[in-house]
Design a protein around this ligand. Structure first.
Ligand code: ARG
Length: 576
């Protein structure tokens, strides 16, 4: 059920009946419950066109619009707002329909091909916190889009190519004299550091590294085999993180930079033929007047270095063309940190000029801020090193385990372990997902593991509350009577929220903003707690019909929380 869309339809029909065509139909949520739940704010803008006072127009719309089934009351307020108060009977019916539908009454969208480029770590190094946000947020966005019926194509644009691999392969080839790749590469950070030291200090090593780059790019079989070994072990490191994080990426989603290698020369010749790229000091560059500086100098976008080498940008242009032409992407979403915003803006301008994508296809860079430590500086280990994701996740589980064990619980040893894993991982993911992605956020163990506030443990706990309510009532959710009768104001508030799920999912799918869903689930859980206090279910003397209605509403709460958390990639528990 999409109340917003329904209201827009009804108001559009009313305006048409009044002879107004093509006017905007602004419907929004009301700011306060006394103004009802939704508001139509279009009357003011029509005053000129209709030569009438906004309030008179609003009155006329109220007379014309057909909302008897949905609204209990329509009132004209202020300069000409129309407040819509939803009707309890209608809400009750809608809740029943949602409860009996496995999709909770959420319609599928018109199917689109949507490429989501996320995670995309650099394989030369260990996956670090910088890749946590893209991985978690990207996976939630993917799940929401798939739930809406889209054909989502995950693209893990891994950094698996480039000059630094020369140094790494030269070092690896030496190490393999007496070690297997898995051991030599068991710690990629150390490995990288060793190779770098040799590159900077050891005589002859830098030259060998350069030779390796040339051989690799020339397709030398031995060199490629060595490279594949390196990549394979490094991917396995990422997979360990994906696995712990319960993220849906697999090997078949990998389309790394190397995959575009063959096409880079074509990209350059295409750009040159079209007169888009020109030679400048030996390099191939594109001047972008749209992004000129204050003095009017166009931005310079390099697509090939003077020595002939290709860049990150060249690969992204090739990727754009592949996604547009081969994958037929209606939308392309790319999740990286905000520091890359300019790069993607430039890439889009250049790519569109070159005709690398069709006009109607979108190219959406979804930027996010940095993860900061509690000192407000980029998140680092105590000694200033990069924090390894695997270790961070293990610590989360350990901390969650301690917290749960301290709480009153009747969990067995095994259950406790499972709860600790779900809560610990859930907490890390949710802390990230619940913040507006565009801002920096502070990583803080205590707040993310708290059982109060907008956290994973709070939501997971709210879910178990409903579950235990059903256990106490001795009622099976799957077979319970579904007869809902909203009467109390807490029930009304809860039901309205429950009916807004589809609107929220729609927002997340349009803007790639999972925090909207987090806030929503938090609101649902809080409204449930308020309802639970005010509307008893298990007390003696409660009429069976009232009890059943309230239980049914609670069941819809549980299903909504479960569905929402699942879309966010966070696991639920039966008890904790
Ligand atoms: N590997 C890059 C990084 O770690 C992110 C790649 C994002 N995707 C892209 N198409 N450029 O910063």
């Amino acid at each position: 059920m999409n109340i917003h869309a329904l209201l827009v339809n009804r108001f559009t029909e009313a305006l048409q009946e009044m002879g107004v065509e093509n006017a905007p139909v602004p419907v929004s949520r009301s700011a306060r419950p006394e103004f009802g739940e939704y508001q139509f704010n279009g009357a003011m803008a029509l005053a000129k066109q209709l030569k009438q006072k906004p309030r008179d127009i609003a009155e006329k719309i109220v007379e014309t619009v057909k909302l008897d089934d949905i609204a209990s009351k329509l009132e004209v307020a202020g300069p000409g707002f129309i407040n819509v108060h939803l009707n309890d009977e209608w809400l009750s019916n809608q809740c029943e329909l949602s409860l009996t539908d496995p999709r909770l009454g959420i319609a599928k969208s018109k199917e689109q091909n949507i490429v989501v480029d996320y995670s995309s770590p650099n394989l030369a190094k260990e996956m670090h916190v910088g890749h946590l946000r893209t991985t978690i947020i990207g996976d939630a966005v993917v799940k929401v889009l798939e739930f809406l019926g889209h054909n989502v194509i995950r693209q893990n644009h891994m950094g698996d190519w480039g000059t630094q691999f020369g140094m790494l392969l030269a070092h690896l080839s030496d190490k393999l004299q007496d070690e297997v790749a898995e051991t030599a590469l068991s710690d990629l950070e150390d490995f990288y550091r060793e190779a770098k030291v040799r590159f900077d200090e050891e005589e002859g090593f830098a030259d060998r590294a350069r030779e390796y780059v040339v051989k690799l790019q020339g397709g030398d079989a031995q060199c490629l085999a060595l490279w594949e070994k390196f990549i394979d072990v490094s991917i396995a490191h990422s997979e360990e993180v994906y696995d712990k994080l319960n993220v849906s990426l697999t090997r078949k989603d990998i389309m790394g930079e190397s995959a575009y290698n063959e096409d880079l020369a074509n990209v350059i010749s295409d750009l040159r033929e079209k007169g888009i790229a020109v030679e400048d000091q030996g390099a191939q560059v594109v001047f972008i007047p749209e992004l000129a500086d204050k003095e009017g100098n166009p931005a310079v976008y390099i697509v090939q270095k003077s020595g002939g080498g290709y860049l990150y940008a060249t690969t992204d242009l090739a990727a754009m063309r592949y996604r547009s032409g081969k994958l037929n992407a209606d939308r392309t979403l790319i999740l990286t940190d905000a520091r890359q915003a300019l790069h993607f803006k430039q890439t889009e301008i250049v790519g569109r000029k070159a005709g690398f994508m069709k006009e109607e296809q979108t190219y959406e860079h979804c930027p996010f801020g940095m993860m900061l430590g509690s000192d407000g500086k980029p998140f680092k280990t105590r000694t200033g090193g990069t924090v390894k994701l695997v270790e961070l996740l293990d610590e989360a589980v350990e901390r969650a385990g301690k917290l749960i064990a301290e709480r009153d619980n009747d969990l067995s040893e095994d259950e406790l372990k499972e709860v600790a894993r779900k809560v610990g991982i859930g907490a890390v993911k949710y802390a990230d997902l619940s913040k507006n992605r565009t801002t920096d956020y502070m990583f803080n163990w205590d707040s993310m593991l708290s059982f109060e506030g907008n956290t994973a443990p709070y939501l997971q706990y709210a879910y178990t509350r409903v579950k235990s309510l059903f256990r106490k009532a001795g009622v099976e959710m799957a077979t319970m009577p579904v007869d809902i009768n909203i009467a109390e104001k807490q029930e009304h508030a809860l039901a309205v929220l429950l009916m807004q799920f589809e609107e929220v999912i729609g927002m997340v799918s349009r803007e790639a903003t999972p925090h909207v869903l987090c806030t929503y689930l938090y609101d649902v859980a809080s409204a449930f707690m308020t309802f639970y206090e005010a509307c008893p279910m298990l007390k003696d003397g409660i009429e069976p019909a009232i009890r059943d209605s309230r239980l049914a509403l609670s069941a819809l709460v549980a299903k909504t929380l479960e569905q929402g958390l699942t879309l966010l990639g966070i696991e639920t528990l039966e008890k904790m």
